[in-house]
Write a protein that binds this ligand. Structure first.
Ligand SMILES: Nc1nc2c(ncn2[C@@H]2O[C@H](COP(=O)(O)OP(=O)(O)OP(=O)(O)O)[C@@H](O)[C@H]2O)c(=O)[nH]1
Length: 353
């Protein structure tokens, strides 16, 4: 049995890593926009375009605010809408005022749009902004310049869009890899925190119970020692299959350690989870496992805990771990239901087998 050392929730969830990545990209876009708009405001003021200089000055203050805010959180999309409106007006104004020189600013503005919005909004915002730039260039420049601008900007959009779609696919498959156990194909420990937090939120909002079952195969070390590690791997795969076949579609099964599995049961009281745990223990222990060269019987122990009001995910998990520890101490091949009155284990490391 592995002791559950509560991982750092910040590092633990791939979703939060992705969020931090987006937050950093957005922050850098705003710092880049700040530098660009401050320099341009100075230049426009110098050459006497005071209207544009003033607009850029106001924009730089907004961008600094957004960049500072993005240090702590991912700004809501409505703030980015302000960025789009301000930069769009500034670029269109610049094209009309400065002619061909104004076109240069269209490229960085268009490129940044890929990172600020969700897919649906991006598909709306980009054509609108692109259309406005093309119309301005058509009004301010000769056709020979404006069609070249329209085509080159469209090429940037196609290349940028392709890059973003591929990056999202890569992100998705990397996330899958990070949260998947390669041996059994089950979710691994990296996905546990997110699922527990979701269940806690469900309980707080809808007052629905939720329970955990922590399962650990008994004497797995001896099995490995006797039949070899590859045989042990086969047993783990078969165990995962049996457990998956015995849980509800709404339950989630994780492999959280070497021979340790966790089931998260939404909408399930401790009594019902206790019944489910007994069934799972039976599903493992009642039939022999057939591996290469040997047929063996394997038993398992389980600890059950129901989520208590105000409980943190790590405490909830620790209680299931504690119950499992008791099941092991009771002689294995049994289920222990963590009673609500037992004090929370503040330090999970004392429950290592
Ligand atoms: N085959 C295989 N074995 C693993 C894997 N991960 C961990 N193990 C083994 O699982 C065994 C766990 O041993 P222990 O923690 O002592 O637990 P146990 O022998 O099951 O004893 P109890 O849990 O107290 O019943 C160790 O021998 C590990 O090497 C794996 O991916 N494949």
């Amino acid at each position: 049995m592995t002791a559950y050392v509560a991982p750092n929730a910040k590092r633990d969830s791939p979703d939060s890593a992705l969020r931090r990545f987006r937050q950093k990209v957005v922050r850098n876009i705003y710092w880049g926009a700040t530098i660009g708009s401050v320099v341009l405001a100075a230049v426009q003021g110098w050459i006497g375009h005071h209207g544009l200089a003033g607009l850029l000055g106001v924009a730089s203050i907004l961008f600094i605010w957004a960049a500072l805010q993005s240090r702590h959180r991912l700004l809501p999309q409505k703030y980015h809408a302000v960025f789009v409106i301000v930069t769009c007006i500034a670029v269109n104004y610049s094209i009309i005022e400065n002619g061909i020189k104004g076109l240069y600013w269209a490229y960085p503005v268009m490129s940044s749009l890929f990172f600020l919005f969700n897919r649906r909004l991006t598909l709306i915002v980009i054509p609108v902004v692109y259309g406005s730039f093309v119309v301005s260039s058509y009004l301010a420049l000769s056709f020979t310049h404006s069609w070249r601008f329209a085509v080159s900007l469209a090429m940037i959009l196609v290349l940028g869009g392709t890059f973003i779609v591929l990056l999202q696919r890569l992100q998705k498959s990397m996330t899958e890899l990070v949260v998947t156990d390669p041996l059994t194909g089950l979710y691994n420990r990296n996905r546990v925190t997110q699922t527990l937090i979701e269940n806690i939120q469900q309980k707080e909002r809808y007052k629905r119970p939720a329970s955990l079952i922590m399962i650990d195969l008994d004497h797995f070390k001896s099995l490995n020692d006797e039949h070899g590690h590859l045989f042990g791997d086969q047993m783990l795969k078969q165990t995962a299959k049996r457990l998956l076949g015995a849980i509800r579609a709404t339950d989630t099964l994780f492999r959280v350690g070497g021979e340790e599995f966790l089931v998260v049961l939404p909408n399930t009281s401790s009594q019902d989870a206790n019944v489910a745990a007994k069934k799972l223990i039976k599903v493992i222990g009642s039939r022999p496992f057939e591996g290469k060269g040997a047929t063996v019987f394997i038993t398992a122990s389980a600890g059950v805990s129901e989520l208590q009001p105000g409980q943190a995910w790590s405490q909830w998990l620790s209680r299931a771990d504690q119950a499992l520890f008791e099941a092991k101490n009771n002689g294995r091949n049994n289920v222990v239901l963590q009673s609500d009155t037992t004090s929370d284990a503040g330090n999970p490391s004392n429950k290592d087998d």
